[in-house]
Design a binder for this molecule. Structure first.
Ligand code: PHE
Length: 456
């Protein structure tokens, strides 16, 4: 293991910016509305809130306590906790590799769309433009036939920027980048949502979003989608928060920070949902079809619904640029955190320098992601990777962490003391109850049920 002194955030605010930067990402703006849309709109909100309260926030606090106590990357921290648990950390590193490979692709689409917004390149058919002209989606699902050069080159540029930031290090790279992008993002986004809400038909969209459909609550795939979304959105279960917390000074208030990060993330996410559904309402009003039928595939939602209204509203190009620039700012700060999980783990494990770790991992990622996803079959692959990683990969990781930490090692009281030692918010029994009983039970049930469903 490396013997260099561990890097640190300059202040607590620096850590919070980075943690919020990791949490708020494409998951909030691109993924959440799409998942909610496919899981039946409003039906999704209740499982989502339950997942947030019983799993998201408690696990976030747990990851912070693990990172700060063991002061190492995810595999390193687990190893210091209990040797065989190191494997769990590597599993998270592997998940991060897959996510980074496709996450960067969506970021690259967003970068392209900033440019497309200026000229409203999609004309009157944003749906056809996105799927056929821009992505050149092949006829055969999953088949990789040829590169889409526009995506491939942009993707390489995205990788270059990401790697430079990581190479600059925790304080000069990651913290600095987040301190710039997060405030910008908040301003952009508030302007956008305010505009979306004043569109004609916006209220019908919101109605579709907030109307609860109780029957969906009996469907385990809706629950698994909700837990998956909470994990993805809060960056919990991937080792990110362990890694980021390992650069903390001893005395930082962990539970308070976790609450601040979750609150910022989820308000941002709900705002994004409100914005996107308001836009869907507008599209529905224009074309006279119900809100749930206006877009063909959820995965393209942000790239289809938004361009549509951008073409139709005054100063549309301006709002288009603002929207896609928000996606870029949000996505970049998250991608950085995902790759840092891998870089820090490899660097620590092998003892190589940061520069080399960044070059090797960055190179491998850039090649993988361009080779697999910047192709005309890439969209299918991306959708499949996202589904499996977030429904099973991370759920499994979270379940394993919980079983090992709460049941096998019985470390929850110790971790609770770790959190309470520097916080004014005291964790009560509810925290141990969620992590020890409720969440593992729900995750276990969900996994089994939905695996069975997958093969039926
Ligand atoms: N939380 C990020 C988002 O919402 C994505 C992410 C996933 C970041 C996993 C880190 C780890 O977009």
């Amino acid at each position: 293991m490396s013997t260099q002194p561990r890097e640190q955030w300059s202040t607590r605010a620096g850590f919070l910016f980075a943690a919020i930067g990791s949490a708020v990402g494409l998951g909030n703006i691109w993924r959440f509305p799409a998942v909610a849309y496919e899981a039946g709109g409003g039906a999704f909100l209740l499982p989502y809130l339950i997942a947030l309260l019983t799993a998201g926030i408690p696990l976030l606090i747990l990851e912070y306590t693990i990172g700060r106590r063991y002061r190492a990357s995810a595999p390193g921290s687990f190893r210091r906790m209990w040797r065989p648990a190191e494997a769990l950390g590597w599993w998270q590193v592997a998940i991060c590799f897959v996510i980074a490979a496709y996450y960067a692709v969506i970021l690259a689409w967003a970068v392209r769309y900033v440019g497309f917004s200026v000229n409203l390149s999609w004309g009157d058919d944003p749906d056809g433009y996105f799927f056929n002209d821009f992505l050149r989606v092949g006829d055969e699902p999953g088949a990789i036939t040829s590169f889409v050069p526009g995506v491939a080159w942009t993707l390489l540029a995205v990788w270059l920027v990401t790697l430079v930031v990581l190479w600059l290090g925790v304080r000069r790279g990651i913290e600095w980048c987040n301190r710039i992008f997060i405030p910008l993002l908040i301003v952009f986004f508030l302007v956008l949502v305010a505009r979306a809400l004043t569109l004609e038909g916006a209220l019908d969209g919101l109605d579709a979003f907030f109307r609860p459909d109780w029957s969906a609550l009996t469907d385990s795939s809706v629950w698994i989608a909700a837990y998956g979304q909470i994990f993805f959105s809060l960056s919990v279960g991937f080792g990110v928060m362990i890694t980021y917390a390992s650069y903390l000074k001893r005395k930082v208030d962990l539970s308070g920070s976790a609450l601040a990060v979750s609150f910022s993330n989820c308000s941002f996410e709900l705002l994004a949902g409100i914005g996107v559904f308001a836009v869907l309402g507008f599209m529905a009003a224009q074309s006279g079809v119900p809100v749930d039928e206006v877009v063909s595939e959820g995965i393209g939602l942000a790239f289809v619904a938004f361009p549509q209204i951008v073409s139709q509203m005054p100063a549309g190009a301006f709002f288009g640029v603002l929207f896609f620039a928000s996606l870029v700012a949000a996505g970049l700060t998250s991608l950085i955190s995902i790759v840092q999980v891998i870089v820090s783990a490899v660097q620590e494990h092998t003892g190589i320098s940061r520069t080399r770790a960044v070059l090797i991992i960055g190179g491998a990622l850039a090649v993988t992601s361009t080779g697999l996803f910047a192709t005309d079959g890439g969209l299918y692959l991306l959708d499949a990777a996202d589904h499996f990683i977030n429904s099973y990969g991370v759920t499994l990781a979270a379940l394993a962490v919980l079983i090992i930490v709460s049941w096998y090692l019985r470390k929850l009281p110790q971790q609770q003391a770790e959190a309470d030692s520097s916080s004014s918010v005291r964790l009560g029994v509810w925290w141990r109850l969620c992590l020890g009983v409720i969440t593992p039970a729900v995750l276990g049930w969900m996994m089994v049920d939905s695996l069975i469903g997958e093969f039926q």
